[in-house]
Design a protein. Structure first.
Length: 93
C-alpha cells in the first residue's frame, strides 16, 4: 500500500515471478522482468546509472534517519526487542 496526502493506493500484483528476497527482486528488475519494490539505498546505484527508473516517486515517502533490518522471526530474544525499542525512540543530536 502507498499513501500520499491522506489518499491510499492499493493494487494487486500478479505475475509468474515471485521473490521473497530484496536482492532477487532487484536482479529480476535489472534483467527486465518487471517492477521491484526495494529500498532506495539498495537500488540507488542502478537508478543513478539509468539501469532502472523509479516509478511512483511521489507516492514513496522519505524517512530520514537510520534503519535496522533484521530477519522476520517470532523467536526474537527479549534483549534484541529491547534494543529495537530503544533505537525506535532514539533522537539524533
Amino acid at each position: 500500500m502507498y499513501e500520499k496526502e491522506g489518499k491510499n493506493l492499493n493494487f494487486k500484483v500478479s505475475g509468474k515471478l515471485v521473490f521473497s528476497l530484496i536482492y532477487q527482486n532487484l536482479e529480476a528488475a535489472t534483467q527486465g522482468y518487471g517492477l521491484a519494490h526495494v529500498p532506495r539505498d539498495i537500488a540507488g546505484k542502478h537508478i543513478a546509472s539509468g539501469e532502472l527508473i523509479s516509478v511512483l516517486e511521489d507516492w514513496c515517502p522519505y524517512w530520514g534517519g537510520d534503519y535496522i533490518y533484521y530477519p522476520e522471526n517470532r523467536n526474537l530474544s527479549k534483549a534484541f526487542l529491547l534494543a529495537i525499542d530503544a533505537l525506535r525512540h532514539y533522537k539524533h543530536p
